[in-house]
Design a binder for this molecule. Sequence first.
Ligand SMILES: Nc1ncnc2c1ncn2[C@@H]1O[C@H](COP(=O)(O)OP(=O)(O)OP(=O)(O)O)[C@@H](O)[C@H]1O
Length: 251
Amino acid sequence: MATDVHRPVTPTANRSARAVHVEGLTRSFDGRAVIDDLRLDIAPGEFVALLGRSGCGKSTLLRILAGLDRDIEGTALVSRRRAVAFQAPRLMPWKKVWRNVLLGLPGRPERAVAERALDEVGLGHRIDAWPKTLSGGEAQRASLARALVREPDLLLLDEPFGALDALTRIKAQRLVGELWQRRGCAVLLVTHDVEEAVLLADRVLVMDSGRIAHEERVGLDRPRDIADPRFAGLCARLLERLGVDTASEAA
Ligand SMILES: Nc1ncnc2c1ncn2[C@@H]1O[C@H](COP(=O)(O)OP(=O)(O)OP(=O)(O)O)[C@@H](O)[C@H]1O
């Protein structure tokens, strides 16, 4: 019989704790299990990318890990110090950028806290801007700064680059890679982009039928070279798992 548990774990309480430990996780909507007896572990400091066809349950899983959906069966133990950034930056239009960055933080954090995080994402010069004056890439960086001020052990990213143009996307990917290396936090990145997953992650998971159906460890040195045949080989294997016929596309 599954238990109904969503207990946050403090890393300090248990140093060997995983950033994420999920077991027997099931989430149903209208009697249909979108997440079905899913198992997932993420080690502290590990960068994991999650791929899967549209509608397979990636965002549902991320929302559960973010603590935004507690209507679950099974176990989901997640680092208490977690932060989330979504595809839409979700900035409050009536608050300046720095106030958006501090939104929801306990106490009365100082502007300098926002300033440090905005500097870290290269947006210090826009600290007093209104959200509507930001470009898409800038808004996404503000959203990342809002996640960073929480000093997360676990950063949950749901398609954060999905709405960006190609060049801005490359810059944003680079930024996330740098932040991860500097901060040493675990990252779970939901993406549709196989190359992005292989570029950034230690481990790439493919979700299907409500479970982790496949995983690839990316044993390539960083920074990764997309021209490396091993990089292409990994991408091809993942695409195959996603049901994309690369052979016939190339023909
Ligand atoms: N609140 C809800 N009520 C009913 N069904 C839901 C709800 N949230 C998600 N679903 C359903 O659960 C399934 C998984 O949705 P989810 O958003 O997790 O998929 P996804 O893999 O993130 O998709 P995409 O890649 O297109 O963003 C979909 O069929 C969706 O319609």
